[in-house]
Design a binder for this molecule. Structure first.
Ligand SMILES: [Zn+2]
Length: 137
C-alpha cells in the first residue's frame, strides 16, 4: 500500500508525500514565514498550505457547511479565519513567494491533485528561468 494514500495519514503528510513523489524535498512549517506554511520549496519560492475545507471555507465545497446552532459565533469565526488567510497570502506574495492552497477534499481525487501540484511547480520554475542556477529536483 502506498504510504501517501493511507486513509489515516494527516493531510499535510499526504501532500508532503505527493511532493516527494514528484522529486521534491519540501521543508515543513517554516516559522520565519508569515502564516507558518505547511510545506515550503525554498529553491522555487513556493509555499503550500493544506487547508481544512470547514475551517478555511472552501468555496462551493460541501464540507464547508455552517453549523445550525451558534450561527453568529461560527460566522465570526469563519470570517476571521478567511481574513487571516488572505492577509498571510498578501504578506507572502510581497516577500516574493507564490502560494498554493491545497484543500483537504482534493486529497480524495489524488491523481488530479498530483497533476495540479506538478503544474504549480512547473509554472513556478518557468517563471524563474532567468536564474543562473536551477535548484536540483
Ligand atoms: Zn473542499
Amino acid at each position: 500500500m502506498s504510504r501517501i494514500r493511507g486513509a489515516d495519514t494527516r493531510p499535510e503528510e499526504a501532500v508532503r508525500g505527493l511532493l516527494r513523489s514528484l522529486g521534491f524535498r519540501p521543508q515543513l512549517n517554516r516559522r520565519n514565514l508569515p502564516g507558518v506554511p505547511d510545506l515550503v520549496l525554498p529553491g522555487r519560492k513556493l509555499v503550500f498550505f493544506v487547508h481544512g475545507c470547514f475551517w478555511h471555507r472552501h468555496a462551493r465545497c460541501r464540507y464547508a457547511y455552517t453549523p445550525k446552532s451558534n450561527v453568529l459565533f461560527w460566522r465570526a469565526k469563519f470570517r476571521a479565519n478567511v481574513a487571516r488567510d488572505r492577509l498571510v497570502r498578501v504578506q507572502l506574495s510581497r516577500l516574493g513567494w507564490r502560494v498554493v492552497v491545497v484543500w483537504e477534499c482534493e486529497l480524495r481525487l489524488f491523481d488530479r491533485l498530483r497533476a495540479r501540484m506538478r503544474n504549480a511547480v512547473k509554472r513556478q520554475s518557468a517563471r524563474r528561468q532567468s536564474r543562473p542556477r536551477q535548484p536540483s529536483v
